[in-house]
Ligand binder design. Structure first.
Ligand SMILES: [Zn+2]
Ligand SMILES: [Zn+2]
Length: 341
């Protein structure tokens, strides 16, 4: 079968290969993959970025995927052949105190499918049956690839209280930032989406089509835009999804006293931050990482209710063109590439 394999520890050492079709163990299912999204972390693995040394080649990439179950292991009971499901990408050990508290995404022994075990950029993938979420027939299973990134936004947006009329800024108009913005508008908030020059061609235009006020910090005045959009009042909530240190610093400066920040970006470098202004402002700062089962269900609810249309975000590529899709993603020309076997 075809698979996109990270085969070496060097930058860009990944290619489409013909590999053996896997077989499910007792607790696993074999999934015929319908579509698999390309995530920022896949791009880091592709480039062998610093901080991704735990990705041990050879490994089939991809953790954002859905498909149809075509075989089940002996001890699998709750799903059967023909069922369609999305995959929960991060798998905790299941028995440590963190997992028992429900946060399997934060387990110190966690495994990430498609990074430290074979993932979904392939015709077939084996998945632990405990980490499947059934998807309805009304959803195109190719678009099921979007459920994981939507669930990451769902997880982040559960943390702050958002009321109708709240003023919300999101920095970083990638898929997670855009989905966070849609979660905020679904709660009745007004949203300003902040991007930079790299977002000007594809991401900010989509943000405008989704109904957000947008700012390109390299071209537009941020303060003036916020002033107009929020009628002179400071933001109640800032969602930092860009991973740019300056965006984090700006967020802390702008949020009103008693307001909240959600930090969901990944920062490539460390930087200086004085917490004292936030202490004095009584800010609530929530850090959020990945998602758990209930967030996948919330993502499906938001799609079913029409708040999120996955087709607006997906750029579909055949699996054989994985390298083209990765390069397009690296150059910012796509929102969410989805590889279809
Ligand atoms: Zn992802
Ligand atoms: Zn655990």
């Amino acid at each position: 079968m075809l698979a996109f394999v990270k085969y070496g520890t060097g930058s860009f050492e990944a290619e489409v290969r013909d590999i053996a079709k896997p077989e499910p163990k007792d607790n696993e299912v074999l999934l015929s993959v319908a579509g698999c999204g390309v995530c920022g972390s896949d791009l880091h693995a592709y480039r062998s970025s610093k901080g991704y040394e735990w990705v041990i080649p050879p490994v089939t990439l991809g953790h954002e995927f859905a498909g149809t179950i075509v075989a089940t292991g002996r001890s699998v009971r709750h799903v059967k052949e023909g069922d369609r499901a999305a995959v929960i990408g991060i798998q905790g050990c299941g028995h440590c105190p963190v997992c028992r508290s429900g946060s399997t995404n934060l387990c110190l022994e966690r495994q990430v499918i498609g990074l430290n075990m074979d993932g979904g950029m392939a015709a077939y993938a084996v998945v632990d049956a405990a980490y499947l979420v059934p998807i309805p027939d009304s959803l195109d299973p190719v678009m099921g690839a979007l459920i994981e990134p939507i669930s990451v936004a769902a997880h982040a947006m559960r943390k702050p209280v958002i009321r109708p009329g709240d003023r919300v800024v999101v920095s970083g108009p990638g898929p997670i930032g855009l989905f966070c913005g849609l979660f905020a508008t679904s709660s009745g908030a007004r949203v300003v989406m902040v991007g930079a020059e790299a977002d000007a061609e594809t991401r900010l235009p989509l943000a405008r089509r989704l109904g957000f006020t947008t700012v390109n910090v390299n071209r537009d005045a941020l303060d003036a835009t916020l002033e107009t959009a929020f009628e002179g009042s400071p933001p109640d909530l800032w969602v930092e999804a860009s991973g740019a240190p300056q965006a984090f610093i700006t967020a802390i400066e702008k949020v009103r006293g008693g307001g909240s920040l959600v930090i969901v970006g990944m920062y490539a470098q460390s930087f200086e931050w004085s917490p004292t202004p936030s202490v004095r402002a009584g800010h609530s700062v929530f850090f959020s990482y990945a998602s758990i089962s209930r967030d996948y269900h919330l993502a499906l609810d938001l799609i079913a209710a029409g708040f999120i249309d996955p087709t607006q975000f997906a750029n579909v590529y055949p699996l054989g063109e994985a390298e083209i899709a990765f390069k397009a993603a690296l150059s910012g020309k796509t929102i969410k590439p989805v590889l279809v076997p």
